[in-house]
Design a protein around this ligand. Structure first.
Ligand code: TIU
Length: 232
């Protein structure tokens, strides 16, 4: 069995078997990365919002390394059915915004890239810079975590996945929700710190610190440079 590692990960070296590690690209959708997407409208702060874009080249490089190593690449997208039958009120009512006193907008409302966070709309799709390769699975999820209402767990079990390397947005929301859900199900997880971002720098930092607290309460935090070094 071939094992690789990220020696300088927090809280200590992350070792992963090549054959049973998945590389996750979480919610790198126009709705979270484009200035007129759901995330921008929700976040309401163009300066902070634009910081999520800076991880795109890092995720591109890490993804290419993962593919060249033969890691199992899995994408996720957050979004809802066009009739919103999978959108609970508890989510709909908490994901609204009214920037600059404008009319409040939420999931399912018509935005510049189609209905916000709705499957099949332009805003819902993965950004062009990170297009999935043919055959790479895309998990469409109605929640922040990747397990509820999806075939994600089945996919991991069918492949015998034991370890996951996580990238994507946002750190404080969908990335840590998925990581914690994976941790409860027995998966070893490592987030790449330069390949994740969020809508609040303090929350991003606290989210990453919480993963590694108590000698790795939820998992590891590593850097893409160490993954890339091993790939070539
Ligand atoms: N992908 C993801 O994190 N979805 C969110 O709703 N993020 C927020 O920060 N709200």
């Amino acid at each position: 069995e071939v094992k690789l590692s990220l020696p300088n990960a927090r809280p200590y070296r992350f070792t992963f078997p090549l054959a049973t590690t998945a590389f996750l690209v979480i919610d790198m959708q126009r709705d979270f990365l484009d200035p007129d997407g759901f995330g921008s409208i929700l976040c309401g702060n163009p300066a902070i919002f634009s910081s999520v874009r800076k991880i795109v080249p890092n995720v591109q490089r890490a993804l290419e390394a993962a593919r060249s190593m033969g890691l199992y690449v899995i994408y996720t997208r957050e979004g809802h059915l066009p009739n919103l039958s999978d959108l609970p009120a508890a989510k709909r009512l908490r994901q609204l915004s009214a920037p600059n006193g404008n009319q409040s907008m939420g999931i399912g409302d018509e935005g510049p890239m189609g209905k916000l966070l709705v499957r099949g709309e332009r805003g819902h799709n993965i950004i062009n810079q990170l297009k999935p390769n043919p055959g790479e699975p895309i998990i469409d999820k109605p929640g922040k975590g990747s397990f509820w209402g999806t075939g994600f767990h089945r996919l991991l079990l069918a492949r015998g996945i034991t370890h996951l390397i996580l990238t994507g947005v946002t750190t404080e929301c969908c990335v840590t929700s998925t990581l914690r859900e994976c941790n409860d199900r027995g998966y070893e997880c490592c987030v790449l710190s330069d390949c994740t971002e969020g809508f609040d720098p303090a929350m991003v930092a606290a989210s990453l610190d919480t993963i590694v607290c108590q000698k790795g309460l939820f998992g590891y935090v590593g850097h893409s440079s160490e993954l890339i070094t091993q790939a070539y």
